[in-house]
Design a protein around this ligand. Structure first.
Ligand SMILES: Nc1nc2c(c(=O)[nH]1)N[C@H]1C(S)=C(S)[C@@H](COP(=O)(O)OP(=O)(O)OC[C@H]3O[C@@H](n4cnc5c(=O)[nH]c(N)nc54)[C@H](O)[C@@H]3O)O[C@H]1N2
Ligand SMILES: Nc1nc2c(c(=O)[nH]1)N[C@H]1C(S)=C(S)[C@@H](COP(=O)(O)OP(=O)(O)OC[C@H]3O[C@@H](n4cnc5c(=O)[nH]c(N)nc54)[C@H](O)[C@@H]3O)O[C@H]1N2
Ligand code: SF4
Ligand SMILES: [Mo]
Length: 745
């Protein structure tokens, strides 16, 4: 007997609605939900393998607790006893910063990951926070913080309506898009072209996305900020800079012009390896297009000038009047966004409110660089305590962050470590306690993070498709219990955590004169909340206080959880609409075009005008059938072209005596790896490419399939010292490497 259930796919940022086929407790099939208001039936090979990902036999079924050095299966009670006994003494002896928290990418793909880590951090009071953001998009947060006063105000290209898309360092045909949630990104690019629009791709590799473009620029890695600065200069020189309707909200145009005028196309051409005439054409076409959007991702962020490049992307959107207009780049408005506040000056965005202990990296958005995690554990300093205990939630930094070997050793030296992870992998194998969340079919889903980055405003919620198996604990309960254990309240009913958050949030809302519930009784409001459990009541609360909410009865037609549950395929909230000046939170209340930290970083960019790598540089790549470090254990998603090979251009291969399949040794500042070469003109000369997330050959893991074809860890080539100084983001692309034919190859 089989049945079907709806489930939003958590496997990438596209958030497609799936229809699962379920037999007993198992998902046996997945297809696109044709009635989903947003994804309309789209599915990719990863989503189609949802059942295989979900029922991977290597997923942990019970908690693990370390006893006499080895991990053994344990009950939840034993596991949380061990967490409480392990964490509190460290904090009490060495202070709050001695307990570190590492949050990995899948946290933004779960309900629990959105709702509990902020409470955990508040309880711990630690400044030792490290997340996947600093190996990813932190430069974008910093540039948005500085430009708009809100690090989370990230403009999203209006893919469905734009006439011109300049796409930089992103490969949505493999990644399905990022900081731009769009089911069927490939289809949307094809539709753009079909309606006569233009697609320009800037990427050192001729990716599947690049092959779809009208123009592909195989830029030298790490130089996008120079290219974009030269486009800005061209707009000014040729009198094409015109913020149009944005003008009243923008300050600093003249200062920007003066600060960037020496970055002419002619000055940057050699560094970027892009013809000056082409750069001028790019700027002219951008200005001339009826609507246009500049959109940039990983390849522009994980580089030495990541924040400047991220800033220049929005500067170009602003100078061409494309920010905040349909067809340009707009600020989404998600159903669980905070209660809208009227426009006006805000508190602004501060960087470097504290610094890391060892190398004094400035915090950004409350985080320290993930690249600094190992040294914050293994290096003593005169002031401050090293990290001695670690809470790791959905993160595998041994593979995802620079210099995994050093981190591997550092983790072993911790007094206590707990991992919330479904796998015993390269990172969780170091934990004293592993707490496994249930598979996605047994978890609810709502995209708190990605709805605020989506190309269309919409809201969807799916309850668990399969009931929790006996012995399983919902991830929300795992994290709530972790909060209690960390706060010295081990043993308390975990629903107390949600009750506390609800009480605090409603208490604040009734005191806020802009809130629809201003002046009301918070306890009466709490009594109105519906939902089967704490997370659902919190979702109900956020929906009702949010921009489309019912305001707890103020707007009868408004959103509530009950209304959302009555629309299992979601509720469409319309296309992206202009919102300025409301999202601005800068002290001036305007878009601050040339913020001081950015101006202070321009001399470093100026020096890059004269830098040329002597040898090869390395970039990454993604494959449609993979996801970072955790999907190589699913046979349906491995094999074929999803392999850990070094792409190298035929000219470089010939010079080095490397043939297709030759084992090559790749050497970087942090170490060396040996991988088979794949000779292809898909990468430009001077550039080689290895994917990340591989290297599943460490002992003590439980990854049967992945460890049989382990691949190598590209991040071992890094030593963790290369960062974008403003954001603390790791440099993962454009890294100098040496490649030689391996003697045994
Ligand atoms: N060289 C190089 N390195 C990179 C990148 C690159 O482009 N090049 N990309 C970087 C980027 S953008 C990112 S975001 C990071 C990602 O790196 P990480 O943050 O480490 O994320 P993942 O590898 O996706 O998964 C981390 C862990 O989450 C676990 N997990 C999966 N599902 C769940 C769940 O539902 N709950 C919980 N609690 N855990 C779960 C997995 O088992 C895995 O151990 O890698 C970065 N590293
Ligand atoms: N299939 C799959 N999908 C994923 C993931 C995955 O691992 N696999 N990971 C998810 C995550 S966590 C994220 S953050 C997103 C990332 O989403 P994307 O940003 O689209 O990621 P990539 O596919 O790595 O594309 C980055 C591109 O930048 C290029 N590049 C490298 N260096 C430079 C440079 O200096 N300049 C320019 N212009 N380009 C450069 C690379 O060649 C590559 O093609 O993908 C998400 N989706
Ligand atoms: S595109 Fe992403 S969200 Fe959609 S089915 Fe594939 S993995 Fe899932
Ligand atoms: Mo990412």
């Amino acid at each position: 007997m089989s049945r079907t259930a709806l489930r939003i796919c958590p496997l990438c940022e596209a958030t497609c609605g799936l229809t699962l086929t379920i037999e007993g407790p198992r998902v046996t099939g997945a297809r696109g939900d044709g009635e989903d208001v947003f994804s309309k039936g789209f599915i990719c090979p990863k989503g189609a393998s949802f059942g295989a990902v979900d029922s991977d036999p290597d997923r942990l079924r019970t908690p693990l607790v370390r006893e006499n050095g080895t991990l053994r299966e344990a009950t939840w009670e034993e596991a949380f006893d061990a967490v409480a006994a392990g964490l509190r003494p460290v904090a009490q002896r060495h202070g709050p910063n001695s307990v570190g928290v590492v949050l990995g990418n899948p946290n933004v793909h779960t309900v629990a990951g959105a709702l509990y880590p902020p409470v955990l951090l508040g309880t711990l009071g630690t400044r030792s926070l490290f997340t996947a953001s600093t190996v990813d998009q932190m430069p974008k947060h910093v540039s948005s913080g500085l430009l708009f006063g809100d690090a989370n105000a990230i403009p999203v290209p209006d893919l469905d309506h734009t006439a011109h898309l300049l796409l930089i360092g992103a490969n949505p045909l493999e990644s399905n898009g990022s900081l731009c949630t769009a089911p069927d990104f490939p289809g949307k690019l094809k539709a753009l072209k079909a309606r006569g629009g233009r697609l320009i791709v800037v990427d050192p590799r001729r990716t599947r996305t690049a092959r779809l473009s009208d123009r592909h620029l195989a830029i030298r890695p790490g130089t996008d900020a120079l290219l974009l600065a030269a486009m800005v200069t061209t707009l000014f020189e040729e009198d094409l800079a015109d913020p149009q309707a944005l003008a009243p909200y923008v300050q600093g145009v003249a200062e920007l012009r003066a600060a960037t005028e020496d970055f002419t196309p002619e000055a940057v051409a050699a560094a970027c390896d892009v013809d000056a005439g082409v750069i001028r054409t790019l700027a002219r076409e951008l200005a001339a297009a009826p609507t246009a959007a500049v959109y940039a991702r990983i390849g522009s962020c994980t580089v030495p000038h990541g924040t400047l490049a991220s800033w220049l992307v929005d500067v170009l959107n602003i100078l061409t009047g494309n920010l905040d207009r349909p067809g340009g780049a707009l600020f989404p408005r998600a159903a669980t966004d905070k209660t809208p506040r009227p426009a006006g000056p805000g508190r602004g965005f501060a960087l470097g409110r504290w610094h890391s202990r060892v190398r004094q990296h400035p915090e950004a958005k409350g985080e320290l660089p993930l690249s600094a995690l190992a040294e914050e554990i293994d290096t003593a300093t005169e002031e401050g305590e090293p990290v001695r205990a670690l809470i790791v939630v959905a993160a595998n930094p041994v593979l995802s962050a620079p210099d995994g070997n050093r981190l591997d050793k550092a983790l072993d030296s911790l007094e206590f470590m707990v991992s919330v992870d479904p796998y015993l992998n390269e990172t969780s194998r170091h934990a004293h306690v592993v707490l496994p969340p249930p598979p996605p079919s047994q978890s609810p889903h709502h995209d708190f993070a990605f709805n605020a980055l989506a190309v269309r405003n919409q809201v969807r919620y799916t309850r668990p498709a399969v009931p929790l198996e006996p012995g399983r604990m919902a991830e929300s309960e795992i994290l709530a219990r972790l909060v209690l254990a960390a706060g010295g309240m081990h043993g308390t009913d975990p629903t107390a955590v949600d009750a506390m958050v609800i009480e605090q949030t409603l208490g604040k809302a009734v005191r806020d004169e802009h809130s629809p519930v201003h002046g009301r009784d918070p306890r009466r409001l709490a009594d109105q909340l519906t939902g089967d459990n704490g997370p659902e009541r919190r979702l109900d609360m956020m929906l009702r206080l949010g921009p489309y909410g019912d305001g707890f009865g103020m707007h009868a037609e408004g959103l509530t959880l009950a209304k959302l549950l009555a629309h299992p395929h979601g509720i469409d909230l319309g296309p992206l609409r202009p919102r300025l000046p409301q999202p601005l939170r800068t002290r001036s209340g305007k878009i601050e075009l040339l913020p001081e930290p950015i101006a202070g970083d321009l001399p470093r960019l100026r020096r890059a005008l004269h830098e040329r790598p002597e040898g090869l540089v390395l970039v990454g790549r993604r494959h449609l059938r993979s996801n970072n470090s955790w999907m190589h254990n699913v046979p349906a998603l491995t094999g074929g072209s999803n392999r850990c090979t070094l792409h190298i251009h035929p000219e470089d291969a010939a010079r080095l005596g490397v043939r297709n399949g030759t084992e090559v040794c790749v050497k970087g500042a942090g170490g060396e790896v040996v991988a088979p070469a794949e000779v292809t003109d898909g990468v430009r000369p001077g550039v080689v490419s290895l994917p990340h997330g591989w290297g599943h050959n460490r002992p003590g893991t439980r990854l049967g399939h992945a460890s049989a074809t382990p691949g190598v860890n590209v991040n071992q080539l890094l030593d963790g010292s290369l960062l974008d100084p403003l954001s603390g983001n790791a440099v993962l692309n454009g890294v100098p490497v040496e490649v030689t034919a391996h003697p045994t190859g």
